[in-house]
Design a binder for this molecule. Structure first.
Ligand SMILES: Cc1cc2nc3c(=O)[nH]c(=O)nc-3n(C[C@H](O)[C@H](O)[C@H](O)COP(=O)(O)OP(=O)(O)OC[C@H]3O[C@@H](n4cnc5c(N)ncnc54)[C@H](O)[C@@H]3O)c2cc1C
Length: 249
């Protein structure tokens, strides 16, 4: 079984993001970037499937410019077999990424696309579903457990109020949750070795003409700030505040 793992380069989850001065973008200048955390879970699962003898090859792919090579080097250091950088002038929206991924799937013919359930920058959570729709493949989204049984895979996914277990026929798209596993630590020697590994570069416009974003960002701003919390000493004081200040009683 061949596995394709898409990796998005996002602002590191430890960074406090801020809008640019014109309020149109998130400030990226000088900001630490990392692989999307959910994509690391997808990578980890792919590697475990290979170690268990269920996968033969793992291919990582990212969409961006030459700066995106760092997330592919990270994937190579974790242990993927090959890495592909699809050169895009501007970041496509979810549908654009799904169309590009479909083109990569046609080229690479994996039986499984393992991807994060959402990217932590825009949190859209829709690329896996769109890809499965475009391919006409079954999909398991928000997956926290994966178990292969021959040509079928059983996935456990979170739904409102509990979990659901689905049996899917390969080929499939699976989008994963943080609960699935703990990604392995990447050792420095592996990172150094990954720097020497080849990265194949493809042109997005050759794969899918006109897949630019159809979305226009009008503005980016902080959420309204909340009033600071108050420490109260008694239930009577709480009731008084709810009645007289908040006006909810
Ligand atoms: C583990 C978990 C954590 C979550 N955390 C958050 C969170 O932190 N913040 C947050 O905002 N949300 C969160 N959600 C999502 C939230 O709980 C709802 O699932 C979500 O708001 C529903 O959106 P959807 O697009 O998935 O719904 P859909 O199922 O696509 O439904 C969207 C709308 O489509 C229509 N529709 C869908 N199916 C039908 C039908 N059969 N017939 C008629 N109309 C239909 C209805 O109008 C429905 O309201 C979480 C969900 C899960 C499972």
């Amino acid at each position: 079984m061949k596995i394709l793992v898409p990796i998005k380069r996002v602002v590191d989850y430890n960074v406090q993001v801020r809008p640019t001065d014109d309020g149109r973008q998130v400030e990226l200048a000088g900001v630490k970037m990392s692989p999307n955390p959910f994509d690391e879970n997808a990578l980890e699962e792919a590697l475990r499937l290979k170690e268990a003898g269920l996968a033969t090859e793992i291919v990582a792919v990212t969409f961006g410019n030459s700066m995106n090579q760092d997330v592919l080097r990270h994937a190579l250091a974790m242990g993927v077999d090959r890495a592909i950088l699809v050169d895009v002038d501007k970041q496509p929206d979810s549908l654009g990424v799904a169309k590009l991924l479909k083109a990569i799937v046609k080229r690479e013919t994996p039986q499984l696309v393992l991807m994060g359930k959402q990217a932590i920058d825009y949190d859209a959570g829709q690329t896996p579903q769109m890809l499965a729709g475009l391919l006409g493949w079954p999909q398991g989204t928000f997956v926290s457990k994966v178990e292969f049984k021959g040509e079928q895979v059983e996935v456990t996914r979170e739904i409102d109020g509990g979990t659901e277990t689905l049996k899917l026929q390969l080929p499939v798209v699976i989008s994963v949750d943080l609960r699935l596993n703990s990604p392995r630590f990447v050792k420095l020697p592996n990172l150094m070795m990954a720097k020497k590994k080849p990265i194949e570069t493809l042109s997005a416009s050759e794969l899918v003409p006109n897949c630019e974003s159809k979305l226009k960002t009008l503005g980016i701003s902080y959420p309204p700030s909340r009033k600071p919390a108050q420490m109260l000493t008694s239930v009577d004081e709480l009731i008084g505040k709810l009645k007289n200040e908040a006006g909810v009683l």
